[in-house]
Design a protein around this ligand. Structure first.
Ligand code: PLP
Length: 401
């Protein structure tokens, strides 16, 4: 018998399953709102002009294709840290932030999990918000951590369950690890307010909890890279030694380039050197060293003042298109006479809208209206365009009457 004859077929990926169903649908009005990738106003994938420019520069430069160091392209990681922490960040100025290039945000989270599993001296459990990005759970389980959850979403208000969140943080054993979405919480699109972040920071300080931030949408939420970095920067100012996972998939549209970073705020430059050495020891047997092309692109955009300014405008352009589509969808639902309260479509932030639609309504949207989204009722607003928003509004209205 084959060595694999006893291997059981696993379940298909929930989001890729939506894409499969979408592809099989022959209707000209079909809409795919499952996948979390930005689309332009025509519904097409979008390569940022700043990225195109650097791509061309890189081809012309005829660089060699030598290996990068284990922790990646230094010009990239230096700039990635400035983007996340801000150029005036105290630990950055003190030279006590350990940072490594990673295989996008997923790879950063996986290194974070492995680093915590090996070196965090307290409980090897991690608390994730409920709900959270689906991949968080297997990432941390596969890293060898025990996965627990904390309250986040209140389905009655389609808002943040702040009381539940605080209660769960208070109830967790001291020095527990908590994963926090830096901005544009996926899948709900619901973020704590600044005041709520301050309270969360305070509670976590009192309980000596460890904050691990997942920053996959910096700039993409509000259109401002600084506004979207409020939470991790505030925590650092308050003296938390955070760890942070960054992705450049969304904010630079570099999905397939797999470019991200994992960083740890240390107590001293001497501690940083020790942490760096252990990150290298983790990365070497995983993938040895990261790919170079995305690091050259992101590193160049972040370090060239003119390209950086251009990129900031392009990120804001993407964020603004999404915000405009939220308003249009909300207005159309009202115009069509929907009696439901849809304010959360506008108040939620980032790429996703957690509509509050039930699994039955989602199934009807697909079977009767050719509109595809994940079972949890999450819409990728990045897939909504001036051309399809009316069909979407009419379909949502039809299934929620
Ligand atoms: N974290 C969150 C919350 C995400 O939504 C995503 C992507 O959808 C990621 C991390 C990582 O994505 P990538 O590995 O493509 O950077």
């Amino acid at each position: 018998a084959s060595a694999w004859s006893q291997v059981k077929a696993g379940p298909p990926d929930a989001i890729l399953g939506v894409t499969e169903a979408f592809k099989a649908d022959k209707s000209p009005v079909k809409i795919n709102l499952g996948v979390g990738a930005y689309r332009d106003a025509e519904g097409k994938p979008y390569v940022l002009p700043s990225v195109r420019t650097v791509d061309e520069q890189i081809v012309q430069a005829k660089n060699d294709k030598e290996y990068l160091p284990i922790t990646g392209f230094p010009e990239f990681t230096k700039q990635a840290a400035i983007l996340a922490y801000g150029k005036d960040s105290k630990p950055l100025q003190d030279g006590r932030i350990a940072i490594t290039q990673s295989i996008s945000g997923t790879g950063a989270l996986r290194i974070a999990g492995a680093f915590l599993e090996r070196h965090y001296p307290h409980s090897k459990a991690i608390y994730l918000p409920s709900p959270t990005w689906g991949n968080h759970i297997p990432i941390f389980k596969d890293s060898g951590l025990e996965v627990k959850t904390y309250s986040y979403y209140d389905k009655n208000t389609v808002g943040l369950d702040f009381e539940g969140l605080k209660k769960d943080m208070e109830a967790a054993p001291p020095k527990s690890v908590f994963l926090l979405h830096a901005c544009a919480h996926n899948p709900t699109g619901i973020d704590p307010t600044k005041e709520q972040w301050k309270e969360i920071s305070q509670i976590m300080k009192e309980k000596e909890h460890f904050p691990l931030f997942d920053s996959a949408y910096q700039g993409f939420a509000t259109g401002s890279v600084d506004a979207d970095a409020f939470a991790p920067r505030h925590f650092v100012e308050q003296g938390h030694q955070i760890a942070l996972c960054q992705s450049f998939a969304k904010n630079m549209g570099l999905y397939g380039e797999r470019i991200g970073a994992f960083s740890v705020v240390c107590e001293s430059a001497e501690e940083k050197a020790r942490v760096d050495s252990q990150i290298k020891i983790l990365v070497r047997p995983l993938y040895s060293n990261p790919p170079v092309h995305g690091a050259r692109i992101a590193g160049t955009i972040l370090s060239d003042p003119a390209l950086y300014e251009q990129w900031l405008k392009e990120v804001k352009g993407m964020a603004d298109r999404i915000i405009t589509m939220r308003t249009t969808l909300y207005d159309l639902l009202n115009e069509l006479g929907s009696k439901k309260e849809w304010g959360h479509i506008k108040s939620q932030i980032g790429m996703f809208c957690y509509t509050g639609l039930t699994a039955d309504q989602v199934a009807k949207l697909a079977s009767e209206h050719h509109v595809y989204l994940t079972k949890d009722g999450r819409i990728s607003v990045a897939g909504v365009t001036p051309g399809n928003v009316r069909h979407l509004a009419e379909s949502i209205h039809a299934v929620t009457k």
